[in-house]
Write a protein that binds this ligand. Structure first.
Ligand code: THU
Length: 133
């Protein structure tokens, strides 16, 4: 999918709305994310922190749960924002999540413009790397 074919604004709006639902009492750093699925639906998530800090769920984890629980599909385009509405990069672990469910051609809004998952996670480990019997 070409970056110009994506209707980006609804994704940004959904991501910003998600920051208002975030549970981030420890970091004070709400995150929201929204993704366009290949069947046209929009999935979204927010970060959910925990008193056991390491148990925290990133916004992208919530979005991927929304994707799978809602019937699955492939992510085509993703936009991740902070509580000020600024575009942020997914953390390393979440790039792996996005790579699994969007593949190398999935588009990502970044502070440096639209990039592919291939560009933000080069040589990604993926299903093709697992031994098959
Ligand atoms: N966070 C996300 O939700 N996604 C990311 O990709 C980066 C970090 C959250 C986790 C934590 O609740 C807060 O941002 C501060 O690290």
């Amino acid at each position: 999918m070409d970056r110009h074919e994506v209707d980006w604004e609804p994704l940004r709006e959904a991501a910003v709305r998600m920051t208002e639902r975030a549970y981030a009492p420890y970091s004070g750093y709400p995150v929201g994310v929204a993704g366009l699925v290949d069947d046209g639906r929009v999935v979204a998530g927010c970060n959910v922190e925990n008193a056991g800090y390491g148990v925290t769920l990133c916004a992208e984890c919530g979005m991927v749960s929304d994707l799978v629980a809602g019937g699955g599909g492939r992510l085509r385009a993703v936009w991740c924002v902070d509580g000020r509405g600024a575009t942020i990069m997914p953390c390393g672990r979440c790039r792996q999540l996005l790579s699994e469910h969007g593949g190398p051609e999935c588009l990502l809004q970044t502070p440096e413009g639209v990039l592919t998952m291939r560009e933000v996670l080069p040589q990604a480990f993926g299903p093709q790397d697992l031994y098959r019997t």
